[in-house]
Design a protein around this ligand. Structure first.
Ligand code: HEC
Length: 103
């Protein structure tokens, strides 16, 4: 009897893993966001999951959060301060914020 090979399934799974979601995570990593934020764990700043829960239903959340990241934020989540994030382009900041809200 011949064994059925499962390699095509593996190839498909690998292809899916390199989708646009990963690209936004890479952007967050590249721009230093992950030094203070975890996806589901609070570090210096709130977990991205908690941010998503708080703002998901809010209209204009992407614009609001992008403005907070660009200009810095304090007092919303506690005593820790997020300094203004200037080193990320508007385009990439929009992508990262949309990615955060997907959690
Ligand atoms: C030096 C640490 C630090 C870095 C770097 C940092 N953050 Fe933050 N971030 C924080 C802290 C602390 C808060 C909570 C501030 C508050 O309570 O208002 C926060 C809050 C936020 C919020 C929620 C803002 C709100 O109004 O509720 C978002 C979204 C966010 N960060 C995204 C980012 C992104 C995207 C980057 C990378 C470009 C980034 N952060 C880099 C520390 C950081």
């Amino acid at each position: 009897m011949k064994k059925i090979k499962t390699i095509p399934v593996l190839v498909l799974a690998t292809g899916l893993a390199t989708g646009p979601v990963l690209a936004s995570e890479e952007l967050a990593q590249k721009h230093g966001c992950m030094a203070c934020h975890g996806v589901d764990k609070k570090l210096v700043g709130p977990a991205f999951k908690d941010i998503a829960v708080k703002y998901k239903a809010e209209k204009g959340a992407v614009t609001l959060l992008a403005r907070h990241v660009r200009g810095g934020s304090k007092g919303v989540w506690g005593n820790a301060v997020m300094p203004p994030q200037a080193g990320i382009s508007d385009d990439n900041l929009g992508k990262v914020v949309r990615w955060i809200l997907q959690h």
